[in-house]
Design a protein around this ligand. Structure first.
Ligand code: ZN
Length: 198
């Protein structure tokens, strides 16, 4: 244990995803030794990102405006909607250049152990987007792990009775991992080879 504000810094860093106690200490001591201007730049960008970046009111993608760039882009195909767990999945799919439709970001996946059910995700906001018949295909691009599978199964049962084409990414993605960790070629292929969900 360290004193006062140094320990506060280690505690805060340790709350970040993927940062264990040892890494938190290492980052804290790095910051203590760094130039004040470098640390100030990091602090400024942290404050600015929280002040400026919001979530798109339509798809919950990260956005600096009310609607994100993809929702505003009229060249995107309005008939295909790709449902993903997180914003970083949008980034991964955009990199493949395989998809020209729009997105819906759930904000996570169903995980009973963590107390996350459909109500904790942006599922209810998905329904109005499918109501007017513009969207004819929904691609479920959840992560290839237990929670992602559970989420896709839940959504398939919800969407199929609405008469929509519901598809899943082709297999071949690394099982148990995150969508974002798949390389562009593999993810692009999984997109192109998507199959009907059942
Ligand atoms: Zn959007």
């Amino acid at each position: 244990m360290y004193e006062g504000v140094v320990q506060d810094l280690i505690d805060e860093l340790g709350r970040l995803p993927g940062v264990g106690p040892k890494s938190a200490q290492r980052i804290a001591f790095h910051l203590l030794q760094a130039e004040p201007t470098d640390v100030r730049r990091l602090a400024d960008v942290l404050i600015e990102v929280k002040a400026r970046v919001k979530f798109c009111s339509t798809c919950f993608n990260v956005s600096e405006d009310d609607q994100c760039r993809i929702c505003r882009d009229e060249r995107r195909d309005p008939s295909v909607l790709c449902v993903v767990e997180e914003y970083k999945d949008v980034v991964a799919i955009e990199r493949t250049r395989e998809f020209r439709g729009r997105y819906h970001v759930l904000g996570g996946a169903i995980s009973p152990i963590d107390g996350i059910g459909p109500d904790q995700l942006h599922v209810k906001e998905l329904m109005p987007r499918l109501a007017d018949g513009t969207v004819t295909e929904v691609i479920l691009a959840t992560d290839p792990n237990l929670e992602g599978e559970a989420t896709a199964t839940y959504l398939t049962r919800l969407l199929l009775p609405m008469g929509l084409r519901v598809t899943r990414l082709a297999s071949g993605l690394p099982v148990g991992g995150d969508l974002e960790y798949a390389d562009e070629v593999t993810l692009g292929r999984a997109f192109a080879g998507r199959r009907a969900a059942q």
